[in-house]
Design a binder for this molecule. Structure first.
Ligand code: NAD
Length: 503
């Protein structure tokens, strides 16, 4: 099946493809079956250097192509992703175990951000300001930044690259992408699609891929001063290391790191809307989204009702082959994640948590993959559960209670990460308090909408240990450009700022 998919995606002849077990390769495993689906040859330092040299050379040409023309290249790339949406969505499912609907949704995100970037290519606006000096013009313009490094996590093997790459491309940058070693095939296919289109339009070397071990290629990339920006998506642990290494050489970092997202349900919430929103956000992608709801903070007066409804809803969630119609929860990425899931549940129990649903591995007939049961754990009477401060990348939802909104907001903010948050309420006061400066401290705060499933139009990212980066919509494009302030004297006299006389 994968061979046929590679054909459809145009990577069947890719020289990186190898036989599983061959030296210098990694084997890619289908998490739904625990069976190999292919092997990929890893790049070494020399291969890495060749790729970055190519990206640097191409940047020297690409930066001078008018931005709207760059936008036309991205338009054609978006169209190509439209043609390959089904095949690429299937490959995402196969490689990282997302259900097909989510695999397709991920590719749609790539198409959406390409559309956004096309419009943006005519809107890379700088400001002009009134100068304090006569016959002077004061303005800012935005220039391309350089070849940029993109490090992506396994759980969005296509869209995270696209958020960066489509914007960077219209901004006049070239891209060196280092994907997760759990999802190199999707990266090969995605990069090949973009590169094919750009080459056919006369622009080779804009989209570049390097697949290698963190200690070999990853370390080299973050230390490489040819890359003025490194956009890194992944765990807080990785971000701390990458952030420090890039800062060391005065590079810029765009960090999109872990989340520990909470949803507050107050006593006025419309539970018909709330319960499905929570279930999707907590169990979708088997809890392996940076935006997954991990903590639920429920008003004490509706606690029992909410728990009952959630448990009933969890019973209807079908776990199984992610490519099969009707499956809502696929596998975790690997055995290590299953072990992490089980360890977190053990810790929660030891800390007094009560397992209301799930709590164990799941068996799926005929498949040996890494399946677990979506789990709900209610905090003990003390309302404390230390394990809930960690981001366990699995479908575990911890439930806490609150009496006052201030208390709920303090609980929501009381973790190291600050990615997404939500409140479910019919009270305008509660909603506005949640969105106010003294409300949620996260990069994303929603009302009556879950913590996951952001649209590309808004800036995406989080505060605190989530890293502070912003990607995707709004004015996130500014991270991929350098700002230059220009003063032009079109008079005949030398005038100094601040009225200084220097005769
Ligand atoms: P991870 O941190 O294990 O790996 C992420 C990427 O970093 C991989 O490509 C990995 O190879 C690379 N990496 C690790 N060490 C490196 C080094 N020394 N030098 C260079 N690169 C290095 O994360 P993961 O398990 O792939 O993904 C899950 C994590 O990602 C979760 O914490 C999740 O919340 C986070 N995530 C965040 C966002 C966001 O936008 N905030 C989006 C997706 C995932």
């Amino acid at each position: 099946m994968s061979c046929e998919l590679f054909e459809r995606l145009g990577i069947a002849g890719d020289e990186r493809l190898a036989s599983p077990g061959a030296p210098g390769t990694i084997t890619v495993t289908n998490p739904a079956t625990a069976e190999p689906i292919g092997a990929v040859r890893l790049d070494d330092e020399r291969a890495y250097d060749r790729v970055v040299a190519q990206a640097s050379e191409s940047f020297a040409r690409w930066r001078s192509v008018p931005a709207p023309e760059r936008g036309q290249v991205v338009r054609a790339i978006g169209d190509e992703f439209r043609k390959h949406k089904t095949a690429l969505g299937e490959l995402v499912s196969l490689e990282v175990g997302k259900i097909l609907q989510e695999g397709l949704g991920e590719v749609q995100e790539t198409i959406d951000i390409a559309d956004f970037a096309v419009g943006l290519s005519r809107q890379l606006y700088g400001l002009t300001m009134p100068s304090e000096r006569p016959s002077h013009r004061l303005m800012e313009q935005w220039h391309p930044l350089g070849p940029i490094g993109v490090i992506s996590a396994f759980n969005f093997p296509n869209a995270v690259w696209a958020w960066n790459a489509m914007l960077a491309a219209v901004c006049g940058d070239t891209i060196v992408w280092k994907p997760s070693l759990f999802a190199p095939l999707t990266a090969m296919a995605s990069n090949a699609i973009a590169d094919r289109v750009a080459r056919a339009l006369g622009h080779p070397g804009i989209f570049n891929l390097v697949i290698g071990a963190d200690q070999v290629v990853g370390e080299r990339l973050i230390a490489d001063s040819r890359l003025p920006l490194v956009s890194a998506t992944g765990s807080c642990r990785m971000g701390k290391h990458v952030g420090a290494a890039v800062a060391q050489r005065f590079g810029r970092c765009l960090l999109e790191l872990g989340g520990n997202n909470a949803a507050i349900i107050d006593q006025t919430a419309d539970l018909k809307l709330t319960i499905p929103a929570i279930v999707f956000a907590a169990v979708g992608t088997a809890g392996q989204r940076c935006t997954s709801t991990r903590r639920l903070i429920v008003h004490e007066s509706i606690m029992d009702d909410v728990c009952r409804r959630l448990v009933a809803a969890y019973k209807t969630v079908r776990i199984g082959d992610p490519l099969k119609d009707g499956t809502l929860v696929g596998p975790l990425i690997n055995q290590r994640s299953v072990d992490g899931f089980l360890a977190a549940i053990d810790a929660a129990k030891q800390q007094g948590g009560e397992v209301l649903a799930g709590g164990a591995k799941a068996e799926v007939a005929g498949l040996r993959g890494f399946y677990v049961q979506p789990t709900i754990i209610r905090a003990p009477k003390s309302n404390r559960l230390a394990i809930a401060s960690d981001e366990t990348f699995a479908p575990i939802l911890y439930v806490f209670s609150f009496k006052t909104l201030d208390e709920a907001i303090a609980m929501q903010n009381g973790v190291a990460q600050g990615l997404t948050s939500a409140i479910f309420t019919d009270s305008v006061r509660a909603a506005e308090a949640f969105l106010a400066a003294s409300g949620s401290d996260c990069g994303i705060a929603n009302v009556n909408a879950g913590t996951s499933g952001a649209e590309i139009g808004g800036a995406f990212g989080g505060e605190k240990e989530t890293g502070g980066g912003r990607e995707s919509g709004s004015d996130s494009w500014k991270a991929y450009m350098r700002r230059q302030t220009n003063t032009v004297n079109f008079g005949t006299e030398l005038k100094l700022a601040q009225g200084i006389r220097f005769d």
